[in-house]
Each structure stands twice: as structure tokens, then as C-alpha cells.
Design a protein around this ligand. Structure first.
Ligand SMILES: Nc1ncnc2c1ncn2[C@@H]1O[C@H](COP(=O)(O)OP(=O)(O)O)[C@@H](O)[C@H]1O
Ligand SMILES: [Mg+2]
Length: 255
């Protein structure tokens, strides 16, 4: 630790967040959160509704300013860098609710993502290999697509920029399990190229299945972090819901 409490960066670190505080007006949405994401790692951010997960991802992407603390990307302090500059450095956010250009075709959406893309493994053609159904429907407008299909296009659009870090906010929300499975199938391919993934997942079991590490937020604070296998279901539940649930259950459970 240095004098600011920052963890020293290791060579494989992509994103390092130190003692981050983010406010929405008076409300402290992220309180003293520190984390790191390395190459080829999948960090699952879990936590109840309103815990601050989206605020955390959006702050890393540069869409919210932090009040204090720092965000480093590959050793560079990007805390005050504009969102588009962070995107150019390789931080790509797939926001909650997808935000595609709905009146454009699938291929046009992918090409928007590929505009000024960094060199790397992901091209529009590669996305069609990952999601074969897309090639056949490349000239269809995305407003005709199902929620799951639109989510896959949103991920494809983020990937063609060849990001170094992919931030996925609730990609499985509202989708059928079979659709979610198809989307999650591409994550090993993504991390195999050294991309770091931070994913927010309401479905904790799903998040833990793909994660190399988990970070739980409770009312904006870190309530648990480490490798998923380190924790019992009870510990995760407690970190997710807070101590109220523990008190409530300890009254009904014999000790
Ligand atoms: N733009 C905003 N303005 C005011 N409050 C916000 C805004 N975005 C989020 N919040 C509040 O910040 C807290 C964290 O929200 P959010 O990051 O969206 O949580 P999560 O993604 O975990 O559900 C919540 O209390 C939410 O109501
Ligand atoms: Mg959210």
C-alpha cells in the first residue's frame, strides 16, 4: 500500500480502483470501493437492487465522476478522463438496457462499434462466427429482434472495438435461461484473448459460475470479495442482503 491506501499495480492489472467514492447528489452510491481486474479475468459484481453496481461500472467507463479515490487503467490514472477517451483506451461498457440503434440493421450496429476499432481478434466476421444466427439476419433492423438477440448484438458491438476491458451490466436481465446460456457461452472466448471482464449479474449463481473472482456490494460498500469457491452460500447471501437477514433467520433457526 502507498500513502493513499492504493494497492500496488501488478503487470497483469488492467483496471485498478482505489478507495472510490461516488455520489448522486447527497446519496453516496459507492463508498470506499477498491478492486482490480486482470487480463483474462472475470470479476462478477453482485449485490441487491440499488447496491451501486451500475454506478460502479458507469464510473469506470467515465459516465459518472467520482468524488474521491482513483481509477487506473494499465498504470495510467484515468479518473478524470472523458468517457470517449476511456473507450479509445479499450474500456467498453454494455449498459443496462442495451441501447442499440434500433432503426439500423444488425450489421450497421456492429459497424458502429467497429468504427475506429483497435486492432485485435474481434471483427464483424468473427462475431458472425461466434453468433451464427447473426450472419443470416445481418440486414434486418434490430428493432425486429428479441431481447436476447438484441443483447447479443450489444455485446457484439462492444467486442468489435477490441476492448481490453468489457463491462457488462445485467446482460441476462429479463431473458430466458436458454438465451442467457448462449450469451454466456462466448465469455471463455473473450477472456482467452486476455480481455478482462467485469460483469454485473442479478442471477448470483450465473455470475459465480463464470467468475474467477466475485465482489459483492451492499449499499455501496464492499461486503465480500474473493474467489467464488472461498465462500459458502450462506456467506454470499449475508454479504448480498446484509445482516438484517441473518438476524431474521437466526431467530427462526435453532443454533
Ligand atoms: N442518476 C442517478 N441519480 C440519482 N440517484 C441515482 C442515480 N443512479 C443511481 N442512483 C441511486 O444510486 C444507488 C445505486 O444505484 P445503481 O448504481 O443503479 O444500483 P444497482 O445497479 O446496483 O441496482 C441507488 O440508490 C439509486 O437509486
Ligand atoms: Mg444496475
Amino acid at each position: 500500500m502507498d500513502e493513499t491506501g492504493a494497492q500496488p499495480r501488478t503487470d497483469s492489472d488492467l483496471v485498478t480502483v482505489n478507495a472510490l467514492n461516488v455520489y448522486h447528489g447527497q446519496l453516496c452510491a459507492i463508498a470506499d470501493v477498491s478492486l482490480r481486474v486482470g487480463e483474462g479475468e472475470v470479476l462478477a459484481i453482485i449485490g441487491a437492487n440499488g447496491a451501486g453496481k451500475s454506478t460502479l461500472l458507469r464510473t469506470i467507463a467515465g459516465l459518472h465522476q467520482s468524488r474521491s479515490g482513483s481509477i487506473y487503467f494499465r498504470g495510467e490514472n484515468i479518473s478524470r478522463l472523458a468517457a470517449h477517451r476511456r473507450a479509445r483506451r479499450g474500456i467498453s461498457l454494455v449498459p443496462e438496457g442495451r441501447r442499440l440503434f434500433r432503426s439500423l440493421t444488425l450489421e450497421e450496429n456492429l459497424k458502429v462499434g467497429a468504427h475506429r476499432a483497435a486492432p485485435g481478434p474481434f471483427s464483424v466476421a468473427r462475431i458472425y462466427e461466434l453468433f451464427p444466427w447473426m450472419a443470416e439476419r445481418r440486414h434486418h433492423k434490430v428493432l425486429q429482434f428479441s431481447g436476447g438477440e438484441q443483447q447479443a448484438v450489444a455485446i457484439g458491438r462492444a467486442l468489435v472495438a477490441n476492448p481490453r476491458v468489457l463491462l457488462l451490466d445485467e446482460v441476462s436481465l429479463g431473458l430466458a435461461p436458454i438465451v442467457v446460456e448462449k450469451i454466456y457461452e462466448v465469455i471463455p472466448e473473450i477472456v482467452a484473448h486476455g480481455v478482462g471482464v467485469m460483469l454485473v449479474e442479478q442471477d448470483v449463481a450465473q455470475g459465480l459460475r463464470v467468475a474467477t473472482r466475485v465482489h459483492c456490494l451492499l449499499e455501496g460498500r464492499t461486503s465480500l470479495e474473493g474467489a467464488p469457491a472461498q465462500f459458502s452460500a450462506h456467506e454470499i447471501e449475508r454479504a448480498y442482503f446484509g445482516s438484517d437477514l441473518r438476524q431474521a433467520t437466526s431467530e427462526t433457526e435453532p443454533s
